[in-house]
Design a protein around this ligand. Structure first.
Ligand code: NAP
Length: 484
């Protein structure tokens, strides 16, 4: 059997995987491979190619600190530019040729002194250390609506966009009004004959301060990198200001007033529509969305915002609880992702004593990165590292500090592996849950994918991101058991 032996195996080649590879190389650790199930790199920015796909975090912050990009053409870059940036980073830091494409991990098992990763194509990779960088949101979630199988038209998920399906003149149903839908709805609306938008919960939407970056400003950033650094710091500080509101929802009143005023301004002439799209929960409870063209698109002729519950799909219509048949030939699911699908749920991860991760349905980690019973497994964007206000790349870089320091600790102690102490992990999670009590995510009056089956938020970091950075700077050996 084909067996590749490496010191570190990185799973996934999105921002997390590429970032990990760059940092490993920077630390002189050359014995690693990146396992990528696809045939190109880019993670979520490779998969999501829907029209209008863009980032809702400002580009100067949504980039690696070690690879600033003075050439961002917009304040909020669009998908092709972000994907190209990641490719450039992979080339510039010489990690692209470390990617093994078509290498889909189907099982990870701790086998005493390291991990055995099984690949779908056959063969195995044996690694002392695994850096899991598949991201929390990559498995499209399509609701199980009765009759969907019999739909005679074309149906697809926003993360699997059918570019071969021309939407010109089509009667389109869009299901979902989340972060993805509010980007592609205005992008496709001008082309389609009719658009029925099925909204289960109205989201809060703020205007997006998105604009082109003039060429002169880009030249300035290139000539004076300190200026761009300053810009990044200002964006960072402004975003962090939201955290106090997340933790004390009363303070969100100011942001909610801004959103309400925007809503009222756009729909001044359409009170019927305003009533339909006004959210009924505290802003911040679900991800706050930003768009300048979503609300205006809903006012266009041929657009119907449907708030009745979907009950079934027929070969040519979406049927709602009021009995209405909304005739369509295309259904686009903007219904999000199976949260944490990468973490032990779709790919079995078997740790010490044959224990399977996520067996109980719940996955908790220590500092969102290590998991008791799963030695030398480092999960990037793991439990409670998500953000509703800032850049995940900042969190990934914090986690990478921790990974690199863990490798240093292992070397210094002459140890093979590090396994987090269960009591430390439990105490850490109890502290997180205490901090989350009363936060807008639990007290804001909404249901969201931030909360898991038992109603706990095991998704978001409940604080300022610099607090996370501080805590992940150094590994405290006392938090872990070192295995010889
Ligand atoms: P999402 O935010 O989870 O939104 C899913 C939408 O589908 C929601 O409106 C949801 O309604 C609806 N929905 C789900 N199941 C449904 C059902 N059975 N029937 C009717 N409606 C249903 O998903 P997403 O828009 O793909 O975004 C996922 C995450 O990706 C975001 O939160 C964000 O973290 C990330 N993202 C980021 C960007 C960016 O700019 N950085 C862009 C896109 C996505 P309910 O609200 O009622 O559940």
């Amino acid at each position: 059997m084909d067996v590749q032996r490496v010191d570190v195996a990185i799973v996934g080649s999105g921002f997390a995987g590429i970032g990990a590879a760059v940092r490993l190389r920077g630390a002189g650790r050359e014995d690693f491979v990146i396992l990528e199930k696809g045939d190109t790199l880019g993670g979520t920015w490779r998969d999501n190619t829907y029209p209008g796909c863009a980032c809702d975090v400002q580009s100067h912050l949504y980039s690696f600190s070690f690879a600033p990009n003075p050439d961002w053409t917009r304040t909020f870059a669009r998908q092709p530019e972000i994907r190209a940036y990641l490719e450039r980073v992979a080339d510039r830091f010489g990690v692209r040729d470390r990617i093994r494409y078509g290498a889909e991990v189907t099982e990870a098992r701790w086998v005493g002194r390291g991990w055995r990763l099984r690949l779908r194509e056959g063969g195995e990779v044996h690694a002392r250390v695994v850096v899991w960088g598949t991201g929390a949101l990559h498995e499209p979630s399509v609701p199980d609506i009765p009759g969907l199988d019999e739909f005679a038209g074309t149906a697809f998920h926003s993360a699997q966009w059918r570019h071969d399906h021309d939407l010109t003149g089509r009667r389109v149903a869009v299901i979902g009004t989340g972060a993805s839908a509010i980007q592609f709805v205005p992008a496709i609306q001008p082309r389609v004959a009719s658009l029925s938008l099925f909204q289960r919960t109205a989201p809060w939407v703020l205007p997006k301060p998105d604009r082109p970056v003039p060429a002169a400003v880009r030249r300035l950033y290139r000539a004076a990198p300190a200026l761009q650094k300053l810009q990044r710091a200002l964006i960072y500080a402004r975003n962090e200001a939201l955290v106090s509101g997340f933790l004390k929802p009363r303070r969100m009143a100011v942001v909610e007033r801004i959103a309400r005023a925007y809503l009222h301004r756009v729909f001044a002439d359409r009170p019927d529509l305003e009533a339909k799209v006004t959210p009924d929960f505290t802003i911040g409870c679900k991800r706050i969305l930003m768009s300048n063209d979503y609300y205006p698109a809903l006012k266009r002729p041929g657009v119907d915002v449907v708030t009745e519950k979907i009950v079934r799909i027929t070969p040519d219509a979406v049927v709602t609880a009021d009995g209405a048949e909304h005739e369509v030939d295309t259904i686009i699911f903007g219904t999000g992702f199976t949260v944490g699908a990468g973490l032990g749920k779709s790919v079995p991860i078997i740790g010490r004593d044959g224990v399977r991760l996520a067996d109980s349905g719940v996955v908790e980690a220590f500092l969102g990165t290590t998991i008791a019973g799963f030695p030398n497994l480092f999960v990037l964007t793991g439990p409670n590292t998500g953000l509703g206000h800032s850049s995940m790349i900042y969190m990934i870089e914090s986690q990478l500090n921790y990974v690199l320091d863990a490798l240093r600790v292992l070397d210094e102690h002459g140890a093979v592996a590090l396994d987090t102490r269960r009591d430390r992990q439990d105490a850490y999670n109890a502290e997180l849950q205490r901090r989350l009590e009363g936060s807008v995510w639990t007290a804001g009056g909404c249901a969201s994918w931030y909360l898991d089956e038992d109603g706990r938020n095991r998704t978001l970091w409940p604080g300022y991101t610099f607090q996370f950075r501080r805590r992940t700077r150094k590994v405290r050996p006392a938090d872990h058991e070192l295995l010889a």
